[in-house]
Ligand binder design. Structure first.
Ligand code: GAR
Length: 208
């Protein structure tokens, strides 16, 4: 069976992308009789990012698609989403992974890739998700709310923000005196396992 082409979208450091690259190299996404394998076929960032260097070091084609700041926010999101859809179509992507991608996808890409876009979010969704909830803000909100546990969620992307069906979650305790950075670090370790497991789950679901 043919490998599924995976498109990974990033905005930052790219440790989740790195986890996926390492997993692919370790044979984690290899296909079998029952399902196809997967290969990271391209990476797109919406800003200059360390993640692009990681892609390049791994020999994966990497693109920077910066939103045009002259546009209104809604139009900007739509235009960026359409450009990403164009690349996804050209490379024949069958799975899109948002691995720390901080723009919001809108419009045709959501319909065209229904059930085939996944996102990792650093909280136990539906808690602490939605527009504006990313990075340190999430962890600060979790600590301020006095939560005893947090973690990460990988879910299918739908037309909402952080609202689609959950594929899996991983939990960590929130410790007394935790700083947002300390909590983020603990969650990051779990994210790397979660995103890899979720891609493996999707490859099984997308069997060709
Ligand atoms: C991760 O913690 C991811 O969950 C978060 O961005 C970070 C990216 O880290 N995503 C969001 O907040 C999306 N709403 P990385 O660049 O090292 O993979």
């Amino acid at each position: 069976m043919n490998d599924v082409n995976i498109l990974v979208l990033v905005s930052g450091n790219g440790t989740n992308l790195q986890a996926l690259i390492d997993a692919e190299r370790g044979g984690r996404f290899r296909g079998g009789k029952e399902h196809s394998g997967g290969r990271i076929a391209a990476v797109i960032s919406d800003r200059p990012a360390r993640a692009l260097d990681r892609a390049e070091e791994a020999g994966i084609p990497a693109y920077t698609e910066m939103p045009r700041l002259s546009l209104e926010p809604a139009e900007r999101r739509r235009e960026l989403s359409d450009r990403i859809l164009g690349i996804a179509r050209r490379m024949d992507a069958e799975l899109i992974v948002l691995a720390g991608f901080l723009s919001i996808l809108e419009g045709d890409i959501i319909k065209t890739y229904e059930g085939k876009i996944i996102n990792i979010h650093p909280s136990l969704l539906p808690k602490f998700g939605g527009k504006g909830m990313y990075g340190e803000r999430v962890h600060r909100a979790v600590i301020e709310a006095g939560e005893k546990e947090s973690g990460c969620t990988v879910h299918i992307v739908d037309a909402g923000t952080d609202t689609g069906p959950v594929i899996l979650r991983r939990k960590v305790p929130v410790l007394d005196g935790d700083s947002p950075a300390a909590l983020a670090g603990r969650i990051h370790d779990e994210e790397h396992i979660a995103i890899t497991d979720a891609v493996a789950v999707m490859l099984r679901r997308l069997k060709k």
